[in-house]
Design a protein around this ligand. Structure first.
Ligand SMILES: Nc1nc2c(ncn2[C@@H]2O[C@H](COP(=O)(O)OP(=O)(O)OP(=O)(O)O)[C@@H](O)[C@H]2O)c(=O)[nH]1
Ligand SMILES: [Mg+2]
Ligand SMILES: [Zn+2]
Length: 353
């Protein structure tokens, strides 16, 4: 269990659970409602109980990779998940194609590697999106700049200083899986029993890094498309691996969108420069759009705040607000439908039909 990251905060949570007569495990793979769960007795293929399915208020209540779960073993291969234990952290984004819904990326993780490769994939705005969801979840981000073998040293330096200029507090590591440059540093920062999640677009080299760290090919990788220079979405599910040094890593499929959910704090923590300026605005509910005495707009006009940073900040804020409205509307509709249903039931009882 210790090998699976059974330490720190999660130990305290698990110690308060009633586990007598049950098995404890960690979800290592998730395939549409089928899970692989690692326990002290080995890996089991598991499904959730009907009870868990019906009591779940949304998909987010279903087990996710990284979850600690309470199980009953059925035979030497299969098990049933009875309960998902409380999570220490929950990395989430707006679900793609399901309006007003949240999708869980991974849970009980300590650090997230935000992976971007040099070249077409490099995008500071996207890094800020990832930072916002990590900051919302209280997960420590680390930026990994990959495929540095493809460019010259001076180009690497200019990318690094572009990141540094805009994102001050977050560690940045540059890496090549081809020359193995940077691996020494990467291995040094990986802590025993800590869980790390790899995030990034398809084709940036996430699975390649996992294979290198694992020392064997545990994940399939494939060439990026020559015509579009985009990845081919090779990894299709999330999976957790224990490394030889006992760090735990989660590989994830490349993400196209990192949509904001209903949480302001992640964005505020990401844009600390804007947040500290906003304390000087004349109105304390200033939206920094057109108000008089807005310190953010003043900094923007004076060239002290980059318009790119400001634009992305406003865009993420709008997305977050839109998501919050969608959720509120859905809830209202749900309640109205509930009321209507109850009224019909009551009328039926009264008229006995
Ligand atoms: N030149 C170079 N190529 C690399 C490096 N790392 C990975 N690649 C190549 O990039 C391609 C994509 O790598 P993957 O590891 O499959 O990328 P991924 O991020 O897991 O992609 P998805 O699973 O689709 O999300 C492969 O052909 C790798 O060999 C690197 O450091 N340098
Ligand atoms: Mg992959
Ligand atoms: Zn303002």
């Amino acid at each position: 269990m210790e090998e699976l990251g059974f330490s720190g905060k999660i130990t305290q949570i698990i110690n308060t659970q009633e586990l007598e007569g049950f098995e404890l495990g960690r979800v290592v793979v998730e395939h549409k409602e089928r899970y692989s769960v690692q326990t002290n007795q080995g890996v089991f293929s598991a499904e959730i109980t009907g009870n868990l399915r019906y009591s779940a208020s949304s998909r987010a209540d279903f087990p996710a990779v990284g979850d600690w779960v309470k199980l009953t073993l059925m035979d030497s291969e299969s098990a049933v998940i009875l309960e998902v234990l409380p999570r220490t952290t929950k990395l989430e984004r707006r679900a793609v194609g399901r309006s007003g819904e949240v999708q869980i990326i991974a849970v009980n993780i300590d650090f997230a590697f935000i992976v971007q490769s040099v070249g077409h994939d490099f995008n500071l705005k996207r890094i800020e999106r990832y930072l916002s969801i990590c900051n919302s979840a209280g997960i420590e981000p680390i930026i990994l700049l990959t495929k540095i073998d493809l460019i010259e040293a001076n180009e690497i330096n200019s990318l690094l200083s572009a990141i540094r200029e805009r994102i001050r507090e977050v560690p940045v590591l540059e890496l090549s899986s081809k020359t193995t440059e940077g691996y020494h540093t990467l291995k040094k920062i990986l802590k025993k029993s800590a869980t790390y999640c790899f995030l990034g677009s398809s084709g940036v080299g996430k699975s390649t890094i996992i294979n290198h760290l694992k020392g064997q090919e545990v994940q399939k990788t494939s060439e990026v498309s020559i015509s579009t220079s985009k990845g081919k979405h090779t990894t299709s599910h999330r999976e957790l691996f224990v490394l030889p040094n006992k760090s735990i890593v989660i590989d994830t499929p490349g993400m196209r969108e990192i949509g904001m959910i209903d949480d302001r704090t992640g964005i505020e923590l990401t844009y600390q420069g804007i947040e500290s300026l906003s304390k000087l605005c004349k109105f304390n509910n200033c939206s920094h759009l057109d108000e008089v005495g807005c310190a953010v707009l003043e900094a923007l006009e004076a060239g002290k705040l980059s318009s790119d940073v400001y634009d992305n900040y406003q865009k993420l804020q709008r997305e977050q607000a839109h998501f919050a409205r969608t959720v509120a509307e859905k809830r209202k509709k749900g309640k109205a439908q509930g009321k209507l249903y109850k009224a019909i039931q009551a009328a039926r009882r009264k008229n006995k039909y």
